[in-house]
Design a protein around this ligand. Structure first.
Ligand code: VGL
Ligand code: ZN
Length: 209
């Protein structure tokens, strides 16, 4: 059993209307993470929420690339980009946090993906791997050294955030049953393999208390 303390933070990734059934980029069973995260968050003094927050016409949207369809892969200047349906556009209902997410003590809501030309799955760096969001500085200044990740989607924003957390030397856990995946073309198996290779620890919510 792991008991969260003063240097631990729960990072709740992209639990937004857009990523649950009925949203623009629904993750299968995405809404199932909400009660698990609500219970988990009560065990943490420090909780950070992230929000995918795209301007209209974002470069990750298939609709921004004539002739392209969602889930195709495009080679952009910073690397391969999966093209998505328009989702989580700034200020829309799709981008709002899930209404049943009950984490009033969350201390930071971090938005990402707001640069039109660069996506940002990770809560730490945009997809160019160079533009920081400021999260590592925030965590370090506050003495938060150990991170527990939950949310959507396991194989994109959760995995990329976990890998960057390791790159920034934070001890990193992903709470498997507090996440759900999109799973396109083997992306979930690859995400777990990459996370395990990077030293990300995989745990269940029942192991935290
Ligand atoms: C996400 C695809 C596009 C995520 C965000 O939150 O995992 N996935 N934008
Ligand atoms: Zn997005």
């Amino acid at each position: 059993m792991i008991k969260p303390g003063e240097s631990d933070a729960l990072l709740v990734v992209d639990v937004q209307n857009g990523f649950v059934p009925g949203g623009n980029l629904p993750v299968p069973e995405g809404d199932a993470v909400v009660p698990v995260i609500n219970a988990l968050a009560k065990r943490f003094a420090h909780v950070i929420l992230t929000q995918d927050w795209h301007p209209p016409g974002h470069s990750s949207f298939a609709s921004s690339h004539p002739g392209r369809k969602p889930f195709e892969v495009l080679h952009l200047s910073y690397g391969d980009q999966v093209l998505w349906p328009d989702h989580c556009v700034q200020g829309t209902r799709d981008a709002a946090l899930h209404p049943d997410l009950d984490v009033p003590h969350a201390e930071l809501v971090l938005r990402k993906g707001y640069q039109r030309e660069v996506d940002s799955y990770s809560a730490f760096y945009a997809a160019d791997r160079r533009t920081p969001t400021g999260l590592s500085g925030y965590l370090r200044e506050r003495g938060l050294a150990r991170l527990f990740l939950a949310g959507l989607a396991t194989d994109f924003c959760v995995a990329w955030s976990a890998l960057d957390a390791r790159r920034e030397n934070f001890e990193t856990f992903v709470v498997e049953d507090a996440c759900r995946a999109i799973d396109v073309d083997g992306s979930l198996a690859k995400a777990w393999a990459d996370m395990e290779a990077a030293g990300v620890k995989r745990i269940m919510a029942a192991e935290i208390g």
